[in-house]
Design a protein around this ligand. Structure first.
Ligand code: PMV
Length: 323
C-alpha cells in the first residue's frame, strides 16, 4: 500500500455540553451530555516529504508543533500512535507513516466544550481514514478514553462517548451508555441553550481532586450531594424526553446549587447564572468541571436566546454561543 502520493484526508468531531450530573458521574451517578455540533475540531492528514519517515503534529490553536517520536507522551502523539497500532492489528502490512497531522478547532481550549476529547476522536477517525481502515464508533470512543486519562486522571468517560456518538447521552460510568432517541427534543433544547464562557478555566483534573478531597473529608454529606445530583439527572431525562423545558430549567438551577455545595463554582460563574435568570432564563448552571469554563442558560425560545446572549455579554461573559 502506498500512502505517499495521497490527497489529504480530513475528519471532524463535535463539542459537548453536560446538561446535568457532572462530578457526581465520577462517583457512579447518572449524567446527561449533549453533542454541540456547531463547534468542531478538524484533523487533516497529508503526506510528509522529508526523510526519515516521521509523524509530524501541528496544532496551531495551542501553538504546538512536535513529532510523535520525540514527544510520545503528549495526548495528540498518543492518540495518533495508538490508532495507528490499532489499525496495524487489523492489517499488519501497514508500513511506518511519513505524515503531517494538523489539528484545528473552533473550540477554545479549556472551554469545557470537550476540546481534548474532540481532538482525540477526530484524530482517531482521521488516522483510520488515512490508513483505509473502518473505525467503529465504539472503538473511536475507547481510543479517546485512553487519552482522556492524560487530561483528566480518572475520567468518567462521558466526554469521549458523547463526542464519538454525537447524540444525547444518558451515562452511568462503567454501567450504562445509552443514546437518547430524542432528536427533535435535543435540537429544540439546543436552539435555546446559551453557553457563556467566563474567559478562564481550571484544569478538570484539579477540579476532580477538589471534589475528591471534599468526599474524603465528609463521605456522608458528599454521597448525599451525589445522590441529589443523580436524582436531578433522572428527572431531567424524563423532562427532556417530554420536551418539558420549564422543568429542565428548574433542574438546572437545582444542579447549580448542588455544584456550589461541592465547591466547584466560583463568583464569576454564579454571577452569570444570576444574570441569566434575571434576564428571564428558565434556569442556569455551570457546565463541566467548574471554577471557570462555561455556564449554560435555558432561554424561553430561540428569539429569547439571542436576547440572552446580548445580556450575558454585557454581564461580563467573554464569549457566548447558542448550542
Ligand atoms: O472538563 P469537562 O467539562 O470535560 O468535565 C468533565 C466532567 C467531570 O464530571 C467533571 C469529569 C468526568 O470525567 O466526568
Amino acid at each position: 500500500m502506498s500512502f505517499s502520493d495521497r490527497a489529504p484526508v480530513r475528519a471532524t468531531a463535535c463539542g459537548k455540553l453536560i446538561l446535568c450530573g457532572e462530578h457526581a458521574v465520577v462517583y457512579g451517578r447518572p449524567a446527561i451530555a449533549l453533542p454541540v455540533t456547531t463547534v468542531r475540531t478538524t484533523v487533516k492528514i497529508e503526506p510528509r516529504w522529508e526523510t526519515p519517515p516521521r509523524i509530524e503534529i501541528q496544532a496551531p490553536n495551542i501553538k504546538s508543533h512536535f513529532y510523535a517520536d520525540t514527544d510520545p507522551g503528549r495526548p495528540l502523539s498518543r492518540i495518533v500512535c495508538n490508532t495507528y497500532e490499532w489499525c496495524r492489528r487489523l492489517n499488519p502490512a501497514i508500513p511506518a507513516q511519513n505524515i503531517v497531522v494538523t489539528v484545528t478547532s473552533d473550540m477554545p481550549v479549556g472551554s469545557h466544550l470537550g476540546s481534548g476529547a474532540a481532538a482525540s476522536v477526530a484524530s482517531a477517525r482521521a488516522v483510520a481514514a488515512w490508513l483505509e481502515i473502518n473505525l467503529p464508533v465504539a472503538d473511536a470512543s475507547a481510543l479517546a478514553f485512553e487519552v482522556e486519562k492524560i487530561h483528566h486522571g480518572t475520567p468518567s468517560g462521558i466526554d469521549n462517548t458523547v463526542i464519538a456518538y454525537e447524540q444525547p447521552l444518558w451515562f452511568i460510568k462503567d454501567v450504562v451508555s445509552e443514546l437518547l432517541e430524542a432528536p427533535q427534543q435535543t435540537e429544540d433544547l439546543l436552539s435555546c441553550l446559551v453557553v457563556a464562557a467566563v474567559g478562564f478555566s481550571t484544569p478538570t483534573k484539579q477540579m476532580v481532586d477538589v471534589v475528591r478531597e471534599g468526599f474524603r473529608a465528609n463521605r456522608l454529606r458528599f454521597n448525599q450531594y451525589f445522590d441529589d445530583i443523580g436524582f436531578v439527572s433522572v428527572r431531567a431525562r424524563e423532562a427532556l424526553l417530554a420536551a418539558n423545558w420549564p422543568v429542565i430549567g428548574q433542574l438546572m438551577d437545582e444542579n447549580h446549587q448542588l455544584l456550589q455545595e461541592l465547591n466547584v463554582s466560583c463568583k464569576e460563574l454564579d454571577a452569570l447564572c444570576i444574570a441569566a435568570r434575571k434576564s428571564g432564563a428558565l434556569g442556569a448552571k455551570l457546565s463541566g468541571a467548574g471554577r471557570g469554563g462555561n455556564i449554560i442558560a435555558l432561554a424561553r425560545s430561540s428569539a429569547h436566546a439571542a436576547e440572552l446572549r446580548e445580556s450575558l455579554l454585557s454581564s461580563g461573559a467573554m464569549q457566548v454561543l447558542i448550542g
